[in-house]
Structures are given as structure tokens and as C-alpha cells.
Design a protein around this ligand. Structure first.
Ligand SMILES: [Zn+2]
Length: 275
């Protein structure tokens, strides 16, 4: 059975607060990962003040060992504002990356990031840091995008946030989570039972957490083999299967509908909503 770790950091940070912004070293992690029977790992940088550099560093390793790694581009919604599409294009077309990572610790996710994801049909892994209410907006405003909300919405083990997130995971077909760092096993079990194994992805949050320890949580769910296979790798492969290396050209003004047609097509008006 193919086992893919969907959540691991790699490369130097340029902060000095903790391991998360200082250094993500894979030397021990890769041995742990191999011992645990994990086949492939999805990488993105640690926190960094320059994600162009940090993503390029991940790209080097992913490019060198494409059989071992996938890559996601880390984007800072505020600092990279105005140039997200260019960064994402480079990540997809030059680095071969297959998703976007955004962290609330940097800044709240923006429409610009979502629209770049839409252009290349990428999944977005967004750590909301307990701010789970925004997931409701993301899921509905961008119903055609897939969002992975790691740690059931809170790495900090915020029980209320995780509990509030589970109904959203259940309700929205485009909302997913990963198992990384979840300590409250009863909540993980509740998430699987209510939302289904097709909504959960195995992830470790390496290299700071042991992938074998994190993997045992998935086995402890005692799923049917076909369900377990989804969590361990198939869900991730499904999410990255949509990636468009060459997105369709954006429509020019000449292609735009005339004003009257646009009016008739407006769902707000069609449904008689007056704003
Ligand atoms: Zn992480």
C-alpha cells in the first residue's frame, strides 16, 4: 500500500524563534520515514521571510529526488501580495510543485492566493491556527478549490477549534484535513466517522514530529483496507491530480459578455436577490 506523508517542512528558515523558523533538517527524518514504511513525502519550507528563496531550496531537493518527494509552494499572502500568480506559476511550471501552503501565522489567506490556486487547479494547504470560521467562507466562495486544513484546524490542540471544524469537514466536499500533530484521538476518530476517510490525509508535520509515531495514529483508527489506503495516500494523489501545468489563457476583454448578458447571468439577480 502506497504511503504518502502530505505534510513535511524542509530547508533553512531565517528566524530564530524555534525550529519552525530556524531549520528543517531531514537527515534523521528520512531514516525515520523509511523505517516507518513511508514511500513519499510532500515538502514545503519552514517559516521564512523570503519564500522565493525558501521554495527554490525545496525545489532543489524535489528535483533531485522526484521519486521521494512532492513540493508545495509556501506563499505569504501579505508580503507576496501582487506577485502571487508569478510565484505560483514558477512553482508549478519550473519546480513541478503541485500545491500551495499558506499559514495564518504569516497572514490570513487572501482571494489573490485562491485565484492563483484556481488558475493552476492546485490544492491549498492552509493552517488556520484555530481560526476555523474562515473555512466556511473559503469552502463556499471557492467551491471549485480543494482546501486541506491541517491538524483539524489547530496544531496548538485547541479543542474548541477542532470540534467546530469537524462539521465543516463533514459538510463541504472541498474541505480536507491531515492527521499531523493531532493529539486528541477521539476527535480524529470523530472526524473520520462523520466526514469519512476520503476527507482525511496522513501527514506528519516533520521533521519535528516522528512520522512513524504519526502513522500509528492512522493504523489505530482500524479502518477497512480500502479506507486506510485513501488516508495513507490515495486522497493526496486525488487532490493533486487536477494540477494544470499550462492553465487556459485568461479571457480578454473582447471575450467578455456584453453588459446585458452579464446582468442576466448574475446569480444574485437571477434569484431575485436585491443588494
Ligand atoms: Zn507544518
Amino acid at each position: 500500500m502506497l504511503i504518502i506523508d502530505c505534510h513535511c517542512h524542509y530547508g533553512p528558515g531565517d528566524g530564530l524563534t524555534g525550529p519552525w523558523d530556524t531549520r528543517a533538517d531531514l537527515s534523521k527524518f528520512m531514516r525515520w520515514s523509511k523505517e516507518a514504511g513511508i514511500h513519499k513525502t510532500n515538502l514545503f519550507p519552514a517559516f521564512h521571510s523570503d519564500y522565493d528563496r525558501a521554495n527554490a531550496c525545496v525545489a532543489k531537493l524535489v528535483g533531485k529526488y522526484p521519486d521521494l518527494f512532492f513540493g508545495f509552494a509556501f506563499i505569504h499572502s501579505e508580503r507576496n501580495a501582487g506577485r502571487v500568480i508569478g510565484m505560483v506559476r514558477k512553482a508549478v511550471q519550473e519546480f513541478g510543485f503541485c500545491g500551495i501552503k499558506v499559514h495564518r501565522h504569516d497572514a490570513r489567506i487572501t482571494r489573490e492566493v485562491c485565484e492563483a490556486a484556481r488558475t493552476f487547479r492546485l490544492p491549498v494547504l492552509y493552517d488556520v491556527m484555530g481560526e476555523v470560521s474562515q473555512v466556511e467562507l473559503l469552502a463556499t466562495e471557492y467551491a471549485d478549490l480543494n482546501f486541506i486544513i491541517p491538524h483539524l484546524g489547530s496544531f496548538a490542540d485547541d479543542w474548541k477549534a477542532q470540534l467546530n471544524f469537524i462539521p465543516m469537514l463533514e459538510r463541504h466536499p472541498n474541505v480536507f484535513t491531515d492527521t499531523s500533530g493531532i493529539r486528541r484521538f477521539d476527535l480524529l476518530e470523530m472526524a473520520v466517522q462523520r466526514a469519512g476517510p476520503h476527507k482525511i490525509l496522513f501527514g506528519s508535520d516533520g521533521p519535528w514530529l516522528h512520522p512513524g509515531v504519526e502513522l500509528e495514529k492512522v493504523f489505530a483508527l482500524r479502518l477497512q483496507p480500502q479506507e486506510e489506503a485513501k488516508v495513507l495516500g490515495e486522497n493526496f494523489l486525488q487532490l493533486i491530480s487536477t494540477v494544470a501545468r499550462q492553465p487556459p489563457k485568461t479571457r480578454s476583454m473582447a471575450d467578455s459578455p456584453v453588459a446585458g448578458q452579464r446582468f442576466a447571468d448574475d446569480p444574485w439577480l437571477r434569484e431575485g436577490v436585491v443588494v
